[in-house]
Design a protein around this ligand. Structure first.
Ligand code: PLP
Length: 370
C-alpha cells in the first residue's frame, strides 16, 4: 500500500531526542521550547513565537486573544479544515464565509467586499494545499477597514507570497507541525506575532491563565493547557534544519506528477504558480471534471484496489452537518468550493513518498482516466 503521507526522521532528530533524555528535560519547561520558538520566529522575520500543542490549539489561542463579542463577525473561506471554524466558534463570534478561486482553491479576495459589514472585526485567510492566499490585496483590505488578520499558515511552512514568508502577514499567524506538514514535531503548533501584548496573551491562554505576576493557582480567567513539550521542540529544531530540502523535495514531487500525469481531459491539476508564489505542494490535489469516467469517491476506491491511498478534499463549512444542526449558513451556496469539495482528492505526496511510487500512481491514474 502506498500511503497518502509518508515521512522520514533521521540521525538529527534521534540526537536531539537523546539530548532530552540525557538531560531529563522532557516537559514544556525544557530549554528547546524557547529555542524553537525563537528560531521559528526569526525564520519568518517575526518578534515572538509561542509554541503550542497543535495547529488547532494555535488557532484557538490566536482567536481568543482578539476578545471578540458575539455580535462581531469573522470572515473565512468555506473551503478549509474545520480548525479555524471551531476556533472562531469558541470565541462566540459569528462566521461569515466566502467562496474560493476555482484555480488556486484559496479564498477569493475579491469576495471580501461583499462579506464586509459594520460588525466585521477579523479575517482568517487559510492557505490551501501549497499555494497561498493572495495576501497583498487581502492585507490592503484589512488595513483599509481596520480588521485583524489571523493567518492560518499550517500548510505553508517555507512558502512565500510576494517574496515575503507566509506566516509573516497576520497580526497573528498560526502553524501546525503534524507529520504531514513541511516540518513535523509529531503533534505541535506555533503562533507568530510582532505584537508583544498579543504574545503575552497567547502565553497566558496556553498555560491555564496562570497569572504571571499574581499568586500562583489564583486565576482571573479560564485557559487551556496547550503547552508544547521539550521532546516536540527537540524534533522541531532538528526538522528546521531540513525545511529548505523538504520544500525542494515537495516541489520535485509536484513537478514529477505534472510531468507524468496525462489526465487534463478528465481532471484539473494544481497550478504550478501564481503571480505571487510558486506551488510547494503541501499535497498534490486533483479535481475531476464532469467528463471524467469516475466520481472522486469511486476513483479513490479504484486506486485503493491498486494499492494507492488517497484523501478526499476538505468539506465546505456551509455544508458541515455540525453547523447545519446549529442553524448556521442556511441556504448559502458557494459553487466553486462545492465543486472542489465534491470532485477533489489528493494523491500520495509525502516527503517519504518515492519517485517509483509516484510513477506508479501516475501510470495507474493515466490508465484509469484514459
Ligand atoms: C493541519 C492544519 C490545521 C490543524 O493542525 P493540527 O496540528 O492537526 O491541529 C489547521 N489548519 C490547516 C490549514 C491545516 O492544514
Amino acid at each position: 500500500m502506498i500511503p497518502v503521507n509518508a515521512f522520514t526522521l533521521g540521525a538529527e532528530e534521534e540526537q536531539m531526542l537523546l539530548e532530552c533524555i540525557k538531560t531529563n528535560w522532557i516537559s514544556s519547561e525544557g530549554p528547546f521550547v524557547k529555542e524553537f520558538e525563537d528560531a521559528f520566529a526569526a525564520l519568518h522575520g517575526r518578534k515572538f513565537g509561542i509554541a503550542v500543542a497543535n495547529g488547532t490549539a494555535a488557532l484557538d489561542i490566536a482567536l481568543r486573544t482578539l476578545a471578540l463579542k458575539p455580535t462581531d463577525e469573522v470572515i473565512l473561506p468555506t473551503f478549509t479544515i474545520i480548525s479555524p471554524a471551531s476556533a472562531i466558534l469558541h470565541t462566540g463570534a459569528k462566521m461569515v464565509l466566502v467562496d474560493v478561486c476555482p484555480d488556486t482553491w484559496n479564498m477569493a479576495v475579491e469576495n471580501l467586499e461583499a462579506a464586509l459589514t459594520p460588525n466585521t472585526k477579523a479575517i482568517v485567510p487559510v492557505h490551501i494545499y501549497g499555494l497561498p492566499v493572495n495576501m497583498q490585496p487581502l492585507m490592503d483590505f484589512a488595513d483599509k477597514h481596520n480588521l485583524w488578520v489571523v493567518e492560518d499558515a499550517a500548510e505553508m511552512i517555507g512558502q512565500t507570497a510576494y517574496s515575503k514568508p507566509c506566516g509573516s502577514f497576520g497580526d497573528l499567524s498560526t502553524f501546525s507541525f503534524y507529520p504531514n506538514k513541511h516540518i513535523t514535531t509529531g503533534e505541535g503548533g506555533m503562533i507568530l506575532t510582532d505584537n508583544e501584548e498579543l504574545a503575552k496573551k497567547c502565553a497566558y491562554y496556553r498555560n491555564l491563565c496562570f497569572n504571571p505576576s499574581g499568586r500562583r493557582f489564583v486565576h482571573e480567567e479560564i485557559g487551556w493547557n496547550y503547552r508544547m513539550t521539550n521532546l516536540q521542540a527537540a524534533l522541531g529544531l532538528a526538522q528546521l534544519g531540513k525545511l529548505r530540502q523538504n520544500v525542494a523535495r515537495k516541489r520535485e514531487i509536484g513537478a514529477l506528477y505534472h510531468h507524468l500525469l496525462h489526465i487534463d481531459h478528465a481532471a484539473q491539476l494544481p497550478l504550478k504558480q501564481t503571480a505571487y508564489a510558486q506551488n510547494i505542494y503541501w499535497v498534490f490535489g486533483i479535481v475531476l471534471k464532469e467528463q471524467a469516467p469516475y466520481s472522486a469517491e469511486n476513483l479513490a476506491l479504484k486506486l485503493l484496489e491498486k494499492g494507492i491511498q488517497t484523501r478526499p478534499f476538505f468539506w465546505c463549512l456551509h455544508e458541515q452537518p455540525v453547523f447545519r444542526k446549529m442553524g448556521l449558513f442556511e441556504g448559502q451556496k458557494f459553487p466553486n468550493a462545492e465543486n472542489i469539495a465534491r470532485n477533489g482528492l489528493y494523491l500520495p505526496s509525502g516527503l517519504g513518498t518515492t519517485n517509483a511510487q509516484i510513477a506508479y500512481v501516475a501510470q495507474t491514474l493515466n490508465e484509469l482516466l484514459a
